[in-house]
Design a protein around this ligand. Structure first.
Ligand code: NI
Length: 201
């Protein structure tokens, strides 16, 4: 099986060369799971109405930040639905929570497209897009991995692989923790509700 081993080595070498500019999914997950680097920080993006938005706009509120893309068939809608349900369950207290969806597919997720998408999950859900660079920088500070992957036979047809964590940030924009993909609305409520009772000064 030496031959197979050699091929594996060649494939890994290629994979590493391809990933030279960005961190791998495993590396990104590792940083997040073990708090190896700060999570969250500045972003400068555009919302679904075309208005420029940055992280400072949301000071004084808890932020629930989720990265995904509107063509995502399964994981993104499920998590966004859970976020919407959690806010419903929190009732009027949820006004102190700002849910934010940041696209990792800015080519297709224009402000107009986001305007059709985000209200399906919650009336106050803000959808953010921007240039590839601006999205890349936001993903970097939140330790989000994403990569365009070609699919199907049509040229230009693609999906976007991405990590799907729901980040909870405090009223000063500081990272509190993340919910893994598939977290229930009830679990989010359990974690968020005590934070609403005791606002940080
Ligand atoms: Ni997704």
């Amino acid at each position: 099986m030496r031959r197979a081993g050699a091929w594996l080595y060649v494939m890994l070498a290629f994979a590493c060369a391809g990933a030279a500019q960005a961190r791998s999914a495993a590396e990104t997950m590792d940083i997040l799971m073990w708090n190896r680097e700060p999570v969250g920080g500045p972003f400068e993006l555009i919302d679904q109405s075309g208005k420029p938005r940055n992280d400072r706009d949301f000071r004084g509120k808890l932020m629930l930040v989720y990265f995904g893309f509107t063509y995502c068939p399964d994981v993104c809608p499920t998590d966004l639905m859970a976020i919407g349900q959690a806010l419903e369950q929190l009732g009027p207290a949820a006004d102190a929570v700002q849910p934010i969806f940041i696209t990792v597919d800015p080519e297709r997720d224009t402000p107009e497209h986001l305007a059709d998408y985000v209200p399906m999950f919650h009336p106050r859900l803000i959808g953010l897009t921007g240039s590839r660079d601006a999205i890349g920088r936001a993903a970097e500070v939140y330790k989000v991995y994403f990569a365009k992957v070609p699919i199907g036979k049509e040229a230009g047809d693609y999906t976007v692989d991405h990590t799907s964590f729901i980040y909870l940030m405090d009223r000063d924009g500081r990272y509190l923790g993340f919910f893994p993909p598939g977290t229930s609305a009830e679990r989010m409520v359990e974690i968020i509700r005590p934070r609403l009772a005791a606002p940080s000064q």
